[in-house]
Design a protein around this ligand. Structure first.
Ligand SMILES: Cc1cc2nc3c(=O)[nH]c(=O)nc-3n(C[C@H](O)[C@H](O)[C@H](O)COP(=O)(O)OP(=O)(O)OC[C@H]3O[C@@H](n4cnc5c(N)ncnc54)[C@H](O)[C@@H]3O)c2cc1C
Length: 311
């Protein structure tokens, strides 16, 4: 049976513990619409804090046995079909400010789409942030994933990030505290990033605009960006390209249920319409097994997978 089960409703208890809470709490909220893949089950509770103080107070008073998961713009995410137990936090308007600061710096809230930061930088004649034009996530996701494209990475431009830990403490992380590596951030896993301060360099708006146009054209020509996808599925192993290994393993176009390895870019998986999260994850694991058989290389998931499979 494919009936979706609901989690027990935690909202009345949480509201009575935190009468001053200003953000929205919703029980059994579907998460599929919050991801690019458009698959997956509900959050037991979805919390959208009003601002930094609201977020900090919420996690401070949340019983420690309730797990917390953060989602950004859902462009690097598979939510499994059984949904996510505990609280899922999504930052919204209260984390959406962009400020230009002196010295070619930009401060951006974690909910700001990367693309918007790239545009604001161009308007302010700040170079060095155009790569953000190529990443369809938000600043929170860029901080956690060390998002990068076209020769730039978050670690190259980050001065400091601010966030809230599971104890509700507001903390600041200098670039070195993020312990960045390729698509990896070594800051404590419980930190919910709320803001980034980014360093650019003085530049020429026309040249920046031309660079962003090139990035847009290149993405449209090489990536299935209009599909329901999660971007690059696997990290490139050292010295290798994941897509080449996947192609050599004969997986281009491979299907499981409603999920398919993109014909256009075979490190991208696509929901053709009716895929479940299980279809997509099984397809990914099938690709990993075939690549292991043909090349001996173990591909590592870049896409984050959260929640539980449907029972
Ligand atoms: C068409 C397409 C193209 C892409 N191209 C690129 C590319 O060129 N380069 C690249 O790096 N990525 C690319 N991606 C992947 C994705 O856009 C990036 O990983 C992006 O940084 C994820 O941001 P998000 O806001 O969507 O995060 P989500 O997908 O929502 O979350 C990703 C991870 O970040 C965590 N997270 C999100 N917000 C926060 C926060 N505020 N605090 C703490 N943790 C948080 C989540 O818990 C999760 O672990 C692409 C994706 C798509 C769909």
């Amino acid at each position: 049976m494919n009936q979706k089960l609901a989690f027990p409703d935690l909202v009345p208890d949480l509201k009575s513990r935190m009468p001053g809470l200003r953000g929205r709490l919703i029980a059994n909220q579907s998460l599929a619409e919050l991801t690019w893949f458009r698959v997956g089950g509900p959050a037991q509770v979805l919390f959208m804090p009003e601002d930094l103080q609201d977020l900090s107070e919420f996690v401070t008073h949340l019983p420690p046995d309730i797990p917390v998961t953060v989602v950004g713009l859902g462009s690097n995410l598979i939510v499994r079909d059984g949904g996510v137990a505990g609280v899922v936090i999504r930052l919204g308007r209260g984390f959406g400010d962009i400020t230009i600061e002196s010295g070619a710096r930009i401060r951006a809230g974690a909910a700001v789409p990367d693309v918007k930061v790239a545009r604001a930088a161009q308007d302010a004649a700040i170079a060095g942030l155009s790569f953000l034009r190529g990443i369809p996530g938000g600043i929170g996701g860029a901080l956690r994933m060390n998002g990068g494209a076209y020769g730039g990475e978050t670690k190259d431009v980050l001065i400091e990030a601010r966030g809230v830990d599971r104890g509700g403490r507001i903390r600041t992380f200098a670039n070195a505290d993020m312990h960045y590596a390729y698509r990896h951030c070594g800051a404590p896993a419980d930190v919910i990033f709320t803001e980034a301060l980014l360093q650019g360099a003085p530049g020429d708006p026309a040249a920046i605009s031309a660079e962003m146009d090139k990035i847009t054209e290149s993405r449209e020509a090489t990536q299935p960006i209009k599909s329901r996808t999660g971007g690059s599925t696997f990290k490139n192993p050292p010295g290798r390209k994941a897509w080449q290994l996947i192609d050599a393993a004969g997986c281009r176009g491979l299907k499981v249920g409603g999920a398919q390895v993109s014909e256009m870019h075979c490190n991208f998986l696509i929901n053709l319409g009716g895929a479940s999260a299980a279809d997509i994850e099984t397809l990914g694991e099938t690709v990993r097994a075939r690549v292991r058989e043909t090349s001996g290389i173990d591909l590592e998931w870049e896409i984050m997978r959260i929640g539980v499979a449907q029972g």
